[in-house]
Write a protein that binds this ligand. Structure first.
Ligand SMILES: C[S@@+](CC[C@H](N)C(=O)[O-])C[C@H]1O[C@@H](n2cnc3c(N)ncnc32)[C@H](O)[C@@H]1O
Length: 207
């Protein structure tokens, strides 16, 4: 992880009192996550990769999943633990780096909303090796990653941008792409290029 990215996260978490204050916060669960959970026969285990304040860990646990939530920022884990107080939800919060963490089990659902595309955080191929250890056969993997619209769509600040082909090629042949939802988002700061393509992916690992 680059020192620059860690400084950025430090600043963002320091200035956020609540999950809602974080710039990436979206209260609604990702549509593809809801869809993936809907088609599973029964709740099982889930891993929230780069969970932040744990908004989607809480959602998955609320749907009956036993959730492991991992983030390397202590402030993120503290925020999640504060939100867990006085609840009965089954969430284990782990402060660790996804590049080196080894899980003691596999998960039926793995969710990554905005972790892999963090600049300098983990090599994509190492991430895939880790993912294949985490995701159980028959498991669903939901990913949000900034997309790249062309050679010019590269900005020094903000999430790394990668074309949908690169993402789908990376996870094949072990994972099958079930759905891809691209969305052009405007209203971004000028230093992030004003707009960005948001790529949302639903992969499944054959059972
Ligand atoms: C953009 S935030 C998204 C948080 C959460 N998924 C959400 O959507 O609310 C990305 C999170 O990934 C975490 N992260 C980035 N690289 C990581 C790594 N190598 N290991 C663990 N966590 C990481 C950051 O600390 C940050 O909390």
């Amino acid at each position: 992880m680059s020192a620059q990215s860690k400084n950025v996260f430090n600043r963002l978490y320091r200035s956020a009192e609540h999950a809602e204050d974080l710039p990436w916060h979206e209260a609604e669960p990702p549509e593809l996550l809801a869809k993936a959970l809907d088609q599973r026969s029964a709740p099982g285990t889930a891993l929230d990769v780069g969970c932040g304040a744990g908004t989607y860990s809480l959602y998955m646990a609320g749907r009956g999943y036993r959730v492991t939530a991992i983030d390397f920022m202590p402030q993120a884990i503290a925020m999640l633990q504060a939100r867990l107080r006085d609840t009965e939800l089954d969430i284990t919060a782990v402060q660790d780096d996804i590049g080196t963490w080894s899980a003691d089990r596999q998960f039926d659902v793995v969710l990554d909303i905005g972790c892999l595309h963090t600049p300098g955080t983990i090599d994509r191929h190492l991430y895939k090796q880790q993912l294949l250890k985490w995701l159980a056969p028959g498991g669903d993997f939901i990913l949000l990653h900034f997309g790249r619209r062309g050679w010019w769509d590269k900005w020094p600040i903000g999430p790394g941008r990668v074309s949908a082909n690169v993402i789908t090629d990376l996870f094949q042949p072990e994972l099958k792409l079930l759905e891809y939802q691209p969305q052009l988002r405007g209203g971004m700061p000028w230093f992030m290029g004003r707009s960005a393509l948001i790529g949302r992916y639903w992969f499944q690992r054959p059972g």
